[in-house]
Design a protein around this ligand. Structure first.
Ligand SMILES: Nc1ncnc2c1ncn2[C@@H]1O[C@H](COP(=O)(O)OP(=O)(O)OP(=O)(O)O)[C@@H](O)[C@H]1O
Length: 985
């Protein structure tokens, strides 16, 4: 295999999954036709509504297609055997290769301007027709020379003797000083063997009210297998692991020369040693949670693990050849409910260079015989794919390149054998959700109790109540029917589900924090030997977030909800101090977490310039205050009415909507008055105009009331949109599901195909409904200027930015918060959760002649990449406008030394993620963060809520507010927590 990164589709790395919407498809080209019902024949096609995200537009031409990856050469390979129709990116790509249609598309794109790019990609939008009625091979442990580690005399079931890094026992060659190390020397003997017509739902017929509800499976075997029994909750192994963890020194693993192009930092060597141990000598599950702070290099740590294991595998192979041993890792064990590596199993045969596994024993699962052994699968948000590709390209030494496939885009391979050829396959959560059958839903409702809710360990009441209602409905709906979820090993499933992965890595694993979501249940179905969750902020909202990771990891006994409940949630609700201690012990056995404040032997883990976060309380103007007060009074009286009628919980969505309006009013009154990002709605305006009024009315009713929880992230939606099938999402969340050919709606059990034309914003629906023939909402008629229509927050932003450039800001804004920032090209990232707000700031920046770039969910990955690159490299570009959802993950933006958060998010983790785009390895200047809030508004309450969540997270991790370790568990604690459970209760 060559040292290149492959992508499995012909054009999708350029025309990424965002291409069929937003920036990529704002113009309906001639091919984007939909057959309309007769009543709709008078509708006109959407006009040209493309917008340039990267004003000034001239910058496109100068920077077009200049990302690192765009410079890579594209060549073609085979269909199934990588000799045709596979695209590999090579470092010398010049855009002129000439092997077929796909290349022609790519090279055109590489050379077009931003606006042209959007036009081009839009022409590939799917055809949509309305009906006339409108109505889970990897390394094996075979022949491991099994010696146990120094300082640990325990042997543990099938894992004992698995792994010997030092040749004479784990850690035997470690010195007794703090610089302990594990060397992969010549005696390492771990051995592996690589083994378009849209039909509207009936319920959308004229005059019918539609209220789609998710259908959920209530047949969770994990739960029902134990129904009526005492919880199976044997925690002895966890207790042992926790005890071991207390006494274990911090080992470091040294990679052999020539695997990485850069040396690992010390904490990364420690992570590597820990991960190697977790993959080979774990007592309970193979893998774990690497929860280091954002920007500490989790990616490179994982790459080091892959490289180390591969090196050991190669060595074992060569030893194997000399000894002719044939035992292999049993890759079917997960199906049998076991997570442990065993040395009984299968023979591996190789035929036509395709690895095939063949079972030796008898099996009731004939499909397993056909599953191929594959390497490492990395699942990440679409926006992080390129980051991973870059890291794999740059951080791996030339002489030991990994073969990498980017499994992404509509024309990606359907052949699992192709996936099995690569060391690393990278894909997105959206694709996993689309093509991997889902694990059944866990029905935890029966176990939740009021005590737990009161103690704050349960889901927020609104979400909980909502879910209960949905589950109830679904139970009825699903009765007697075998749902699509029930056959996780279907022949119909995509290639990701048809191989056995050696290792699955979930990057930004908080994406699966809600175990009920399709994405979480799909990830759980992936067959893998080792499983990893990477997240700097694993707990976002509630302790329940952890359950989803435990389930994915097969971390027994907590992977069974009943055990999670009885062993973790219940103790927490009864005695939070002891409960949190117990939780920390449970986490310690499976999670490694270091913050930027962590010390190793008294030394900071990493020497980064300081980060200071300031809360800047801005004052409303008189007009804004009057507007806000009216809105608040109105909301309060509605709330009181709900309270008097005892219908608060039934109206939770309305209450959230009122809160949303209040929060938006803090940013800019225009947001409340229906101003919304043009890009959010324009694509679907034409379609909305063709819909019957009652359908528009129903969609509007849902998006503004009863379904106002995003079906992907389960948070109140940011830039809420609703699909034609009636599911509500954050705009950013649903965009990730528009991938090209199999862009199925992520609504629970919804099989509708999505397109950007059927994703409606509230503003779109409202404008269409209020005046069906009036066309799209008129553009904001008046210009925002600094002195009249600009909001107080926008004025504050301008004042800060002007202070960076030496221009004077308005007198009433205190810019002292940034005065300590050193002189030079100070670059600022500005985050907002509303693209409409970014639009408004954009206007103000234009007025001030400040050069900026923008990154939001409406932009395809190419355009995002270009915007980041411009910001990082062009000294003239000093501002980056980012939507919180699109920009808070994965990106490296160390060119910025100032971050402004325009509005507050419900949970502080999301804000932390955003801030750490700038405060990470590579940052050379102190980072200043300004969080803007308005005094005496709902934002005060959000701040209080954030404080509560911060306390919960720091209690769970045992950290003080500064990220240091506040409390350490003692042996007595552990004995008490695990052995004397009654005392905890
Ligand atoms: N040992 C190293 N040598 C050189 N650069 C490094 C090293 N470790 C990390 N980096 C760089 O530090 C930056 C942050 O690393 P990375 O993106 O992996 O962090 P992360 O922990 O995954 O953050 P996040 O949670 O935000 O995704 C990257 O640019 C990476 O290349």
């Amino acid at each position: 295999m060559g040292d290149h990164i492959d992508i499995s589709s012909d054009s999708d790395f350029e025309l990424d999954e965002d291409d069929n919407y937003g920036g990529g498809s704002l113009i309906e080209g001639p091919t984007n036709t939909r057959t309309l019902p007769q009543w709709a024949t008078s509708s006109s096609r959407a006009g040209s509504i493309s917008r340039n995200h990267n004003a000034p537009s001239s910058s496109y031409a100068s920077n077009g297609g200049s990302s690192n990856l765009n410079k890579l050469r594209i060549s073609s390979y085979g269909d199934d055997t990588r000799t045709s129709n596979q695209i590999a990116l090579h470092p010398d790509y010049n855009g002129n290769d000439s092997s077929g249609h796909a290349r022609a598309v790519n090279s055109r794109i590489a050379n077009v301007s931003g606006a042209e790019y959007e036009k081009l990609s839009s022409q590939q939008a799917l055809r949509r027709t309305l009906p006339t009625s409108l109505d889970g091979a990897g390394p094996s442990n075979k022949m491991n020379r099994l010696t146990d580690g120094a300082g640990s005399s325990q042997t543990h079931g099938p894992h004992r003797n698995m792994y010997n890094l030092s040749g004479s026992g784990f850690g035997n060659n470690l010195d007794s000083t703090r610089n302990r190390s594990i060397q992969a020397n010549d005696e390492d003997v771990v051995m592996y063997e690589k083994n378009g017509t849209r039909v509207l739902p009936q319920s959308w017929t004229h005059g019918k009210s539609h209220m789609p509800g998710p259908s959920a499976s209530s047949n969770d075997y994990a739960y029902h297998s134990m129904a009526g029994d005492e919880p199976v909750c044997d925690e002895r192994l966890i207790y042992q692991a926790a005890l071991q963890g207390l006494n274990q020194p911090k080992y470091e693993a040294n990679l052999p020369e020539g695997l990485l192009s850069v040396p690992l930092l010390r904490h990364q060597k420690i992570a590597l040693a820990w991960m190697l141990q977790r993959e080979t000598r774990s007592l309970h599950c193979l893998g774990g949670i690497l929860a280091d702070d954002q920007g500490l290099g989790k990616t490179i740590s994982m790459i080091a693990l892959i490289q180390m294991q591969k090196a050991l595998e190669l060595r074992s192979k060569s030893e194997d050849q000399s000894t002719k041993k044939t035992e292999a890792l049993n890759l079917d064990e997960d199906d049998d409910g076991s997570n442990h590596v065993s040395d009984k199993g299968k023979q591996t045969v190789e035929s036509n260079s395709i690895k095939t596994t063949e079972q030796v024993g008898t099996s009731s699962k004939p499909l397993n015989r056909q599953r191929l052994a594959a390497g490492t699968l990395v699942v990440c948000p679409a926006s992080v794919l390129r980051q991973w590709a870059r890291e794999l390209d740059e951080k791996v030494a030339d002489e030991s390149k990994l073969t990498v496939l980017i499994y992404h885009g509509g024309t990606r391979t359907r052949d699992p054998a192709v996936l099995a050829k690569y060391d690393v396959v990278m894909t997105t959560y959206a694709i996993v959700t689309n093509e991997v059958p889902k694990q059944p839903m866990v029905n935890e409702d029966e176990l939740d109790n009021k005590t737990a809710e009161r103690s704050g360990v349960s889901s927020e009441f609104s979400v909980d109540k909502k879910r209960k209602k949905q589950l109830g409905a679904n139970k009825k709906k699903k009765k007697g029917r075998k749902g699509a979820d029930s056959s996780p090993f279907d022949y119909d499933c995509g290639p990701l589900a048809r191989v056995n992965w050696c290792r699955v890595i979930l990057d930004e694993a908080q994406t699966i924090k809600n175990h009920r979501t399709q994405v979480a249940r799909a990830c759980c179905s992936l067959r893998a030997k080792r499983r990893w969750c990477l997240s700097g902020t694993p707990i976002q909202n509630v302790i329940d977030d952890l359950y989803s990771y435990f389930r994915f990891l097969r971390y027994e006994p907590y992977s069974v909800y009943k055990s999670f409940y009885s062993a973790i949630k219940l103790p927490l609700s009864r005695n939070s101090i002891q409960g949190y201690k117990k939780l920390r012990a449970v986490l310690a056995a499976v999670m490694l977490r270091r913050t930027k404040g962590t010390l190793i032997n008294g030394e900071p883990i990493i020497k980064l310039p300081p980060k200071s976060i300031g809360l800047k309380k801005v004052k409303f103007s008189d007009e804004e205050r009057a507007f806000y007060n009216r809105l608040e009074t109105d909301s309060l009286s509605k709330f009181k009415a709900y309270a008097a009628a005892g219908t608060v919980s039934q109206n939770y969505a309305n209450i959230l909507l009122m809160l949303l309006r209040l929060r938006q009013a803090c940013d800019h009154p225009l947001l409340v008055k229906g101003f919304n990002s043009a890009s959010v709605q324009k694509v679907s305006v034409e379609m909305a105009k063709r819909l019957p009024s009652d359908m528009v009315r129903d969609l509007l009713a849902i998006v503004t009331s009863d379904m106002a929880i995003c079906r992907v992230c389960n948070d109140p939606p940011e830039d809420a949109v609703i699909t034609m099938c009636g599911h509500v999402f954050c705009y950013e969340c649903v965009l990730n599901y528009l991938t090209g050919d199999d862009n199925t709606c992520p609504g629970l059990n919804c099989k509708e195909q999505l397109g950007s034309d059927i994703v409606f914003s509230e503003a779109t629906l409202r404008s269409i409904y209020s005046n069906k023939d009036a066309g799209p909402r008129p553009k904001l008629s008046h210009q925002i200027t600094e002195n009249d229509d600009s909001s107080s927050k926008i004025k504050a932003v301008l004042a800060i930015l002007k202070s960076h450039t030496g221009m004077d800001g308005p007198d009433d804004v205190d810019c002292s918060v940034v005065s300590s920032v050193p002189k030079g090209p100070i670059k600022t990232i500005i985050f907002s959760q509303w693209t409409g707000m970014l639009d408004l700031v954009e206007m103000a920046l234009n007025q001030s002649c400040l050069q900026y770039r923008r990154l939001d969910g409406t932009m395809n990955l190419n355009v995002r990449d270009r915007a980041v690159k411009d910001f990082n490299t062009d000294p003239e570009v000093t501002v980056m406008l980012m939507s919180l959802k699109a920009g808070n993950l994965g990106l490296n933006m160390v060119a910025a030394c100032h971050v402004i958060l325009l509005d507050l998010w419900w949970n502080p983790s999301t804000e932390d993620q955003a801030i750490d785009r700038a405060h990470r390895i590579g940052q050379t200047r102190p980072v200043t963060v300004t969080r803007l809030t308005i005094k005496d508004t709902v934002e005060d309450r959000i701040l209080a809520l954030q404080d509560e969540k911060r306390k919960m997270v720091s209690s769970a991790f045992g950290e003080d507010q500064g990220g240091g370790t506040a409390t350490k568990l003692t042996v007595e604690d552990l004995r008490f927590l695990f052995m004397d459970r009654d005392a905890v209760r």
